[in-house]
Write a protein that binds this ligand. Structure first.
Ligand code: ADP
Ligand code: TRP
Length: 308
């Protein structure tokens, strides 16, 4: 029997952060050998925030290096885009349904321009997932609703035209759910509250030192919440008790733990970065594989909907 598909993507809208790592990349890496695995650079999605072509090109390159750095086997990395399918889903779902999307509402509430692209984004994402007969999608909790939207879009299509799309499941790690940023809100590239995944030691230290700590309670909860991604809570309980009130020492311990996990990956990233052609070769090969699968599905879809 052929393996089921594992699929996720990250937007190249800025430097990846530890929320992206723990929410999506780590679960992806933990599962990828068991599945036929696809990892995408959601470059078109990043158009909802990035306007500079140079920046988009650079970010895309950089995200691929990040994938390689965390240990992705280049044979698995795919880059592709299929807007046509998104359009078909958009004709099946309603505006009030899309208006309920938390991610859209949050972003607009934070002052982002309510473009049609931002609004339709969940159907674009549904297209990514469904075109590849995806079984499992490792994502952070903030994306849970988008996976439900993909199921809804697929169901509407299947009901209208006959069984075509498989229903994907979200894979959300209980231990992670939502990584909080330096301000105690969801860590996000769009919110300037990130701890960079592959920043320099100085950048990481600066971010950690800027974590907002409340003086109520015994331990700095915002620091602890991030720290427990890196070390067992039982060990942390001891450490935090010993250093009660000494927020600086606790933050320094966190910086050290972050370094321990990510510095070997950073070294690997630097090695790949020196090989000028590596990233474009990998993306080209991935695109070929992705296109073959998506192309076949699109042919089936077009026939069913009455186009060609
Ligand atoms: P961002 O919000 O930083 O722009 P993306 O939307 O590109 O990040 O998210 C890429 C992946 O990383 C998604 O699976 C998303 O759920 C996950 N992710 C992003 N931020 C967090 C977070 N703070 N905690 C856990 N997972 C996250
Ligand atoms: N919407 C996702 C995010 O912002 C990125 C993404 C695009 C994605 N297409 C996807 C994630 C398909 C998983 C599967 O995080």
């Amino acid at each position: 029997m052929s393996k089921k598909r594992l699929f996720t993507g990250l937007q190249p809208s800025g430097a990846l952060h530890i929320g992206n790592y723990f929410g999506a990349l780590k679960p992806f890496m933990e599962q990828c050998e068991e599945y036929d695995s696809f990892l995408m650079v959601a470059d078109y999605h990043a158009l909802t925030t990035v306007r500079s072509p140079e920046e988009l090109r650079e970010n895309t390159h950089s995200v691929v290096l990040d994938y390689l750095a965390v240990g992705v086997d280049p044979e698995e990395v795919v880059l592709f885009r299929q807007s046509e399918m998104a359009w078909i889903f958009e004709c099946l779902v309603t505006v009030p349904f899309l208006q309920q999307a938390h991610s859209y509402k949050d972003k607009v509430a934070r002052g982002m321009e309510a473009t049609a692209g931002l609004f339709n984004y969940p159907m674009f994402m549904a297209a990514d997932i469904l075109l590849y007969d995806t079984a499992v999608v490792p994502v952070g909790k903030d994306q849970k609703q988008h996976i439900e939207y993909a199921r809804e879009a697929g169901t509407k299509f299947n009901n209208a035209y006959g069984d075509t799309f498989k229903m994907p499941e979200a894979l959300i790690l209980d231990s992670v759910e939502m990584v909080l940023g330096t301000d105690g809100q969801k860590m996000s590239k769009s919110y300037k509250n990130t701890i960079p995944l592959f920043g320099t030691k100085d950048e990481v230290s600066h971010a950690i030192m800027s974590i907002v700590t409340d003086s109520e309670g015994k331990r700095p909860e915002n620091v602890f919440a991030i720290h427990k991604l890196f070390r067992a809570e039982s060990e942390l309980d001891v450490l935090y008790e010993k250093n009660e009130g000494n927020y600086k020492a606790l933050k320094e311990a966190l910086i050290e733990d972050i370094e321990k996990l990510f510095s070997p990956m950073r070294d690997r990233r630097e090695k790949f970065a020196k090989d000028a052609g590596a990233v474009s070769d990998i993306l080209e090969k991935g695109a070929e594989r992705a296109r073959a699968i998506a192309g076949e599905k699109m042919r089936d879809v077009r026939k069913k909907i009455g186009i060609r």
